[in-house]
Design a binder for this molecule. Structure first.
Ligand code: SAM
Length: 281
């Protein structure tokens, strides 16, 4: 039995839980949208929790942030304009801005408090917030995409919380239809798509909604994410063009440092497990 020196996220439907030994709670608040907590852990640095779900830890966020950005940026032929829906901790924004060809990256998170806390407790993730190409907005991403000019963006990265509360509408055909309209030729939307082991139902529904939204080409990628349920996470790309190939030579010659991502990792993340193929058949 774990005592109060552990933070645990219990996943009732899967009968599993993930725990981190904590030194102390650094902060908690009820924002207008969600309950936010920050812990200092023994081994994983700081930990952000939203509505009881682990979001970001200092030690392992690189898996998620790198895999939410570099695969999609090296799949699009020439990405210049990028929107990040959610992503308030700013880690995805930092990765996107490592690409010199990106001219503008707009982060649209509904909850300004997430970013203000990230600036205090995860300053390394916010180090590109002052980049002249960065634009931080604090409004509902669903409305932002709905109101967008057709063809006004090359890549939309949906770095959201799980499909409950304010993020629920980010997993629906109506939202993907608006993304399709806002995207330019060869445009791609990529969205965190939960664990293929624990959340196959959500993943299948999400892919079906993306298709209903107009996208003919889908690609789910797989990568580790220790602090999320099952420790194994996914992201799904939906494209106006073909997603089968990526710019492998460019990825191999990437002009910036990463901790996890490289062209071999990109290739490996595309490999589809047997059970996943069967579930989609
Ligand atoms: N990496 C996390 C995960 O997969 O568990 C998610 C990162 S967290 C920064 C997700 C962000 O999505 C939160 O800051 C939350 O405020 C934001 N969010 C939720 N619904 C939103 C919406 N409708 N529009 C914009 N941002 C939203």
């Amino acid at each position: 039995m774990l005592d109060a020196t552990w933070f645990s996220e219990a996943q009732e439907p899967s009968g599993s839980a993930f725990s981190l030994k904590i030194k102390r709670k650094l902060h908690e608040e009820q924002s207008e949208f969600q309950f936010l907590e920050i812990y200092e852990t023994e081994q994983f640095g700081n930990l952000m929790v939203i509505d009881g779900c682990t979001m970001v830890s200092t030690r392992d966020n690189f898996f998620y942030h790198e895999m939410m950005s570099h695969p999609v940026l090296y799949t699009h032929p020439n990405p210049k304009r990028v929107w990040i829906i959610g992503g308030g901790d700013c880690g995805t924004l930092r990765e996107v801005l490592k690409h010199p060809n990106v001219e503008q990256a707009v982060q649209i998170d509904i909850d300004e408090r997430v970013t203000r806390l990230a600036e205090i407790y995860f300053p390394e993730l916010c180090e590109s917030n002052q980049d002249p190409r960065a634009d931080l907005k604090f409004i509902d991403g669903i409305k932002w995409v709905k109101d967008a000019e057709p063809g006004s963006v090359d890549i939309i990265i949906v770095d959201s919380t799980d499909p409950v509360g304010p993020a629920e509408g980010l997993f629906c055909a109506d939202f993907y239809r608006d993304c399709f309209r806002a995207l330019s030729e060869n445009g791609i939307v990529v969205q965190q798509s939960e664990s293929a082991l624990l959340h196959m139902k959500i993943l299948k529904e999400m892919r079906a909604e993306m298709q209903a939204g107009g996208f003919g080409s889908l690609q789910t990628i797989f990568f580790p994410q220790c602090i999320y349920p099952s420790g194994w996470w996914s992201a799904t790309m939906a494209g106006k063009g073909d997603l089968a190939k990526f710019r492998e030579a460019d990825a191999a010659a990437k002009p910036f440092e990463t901790v996890y991502y490289n062209s071999d990792i990109h290739q490996a993340s595309l490999a589809c497990p047997e059970f996943f193929k069967k579930a989609l058949a």
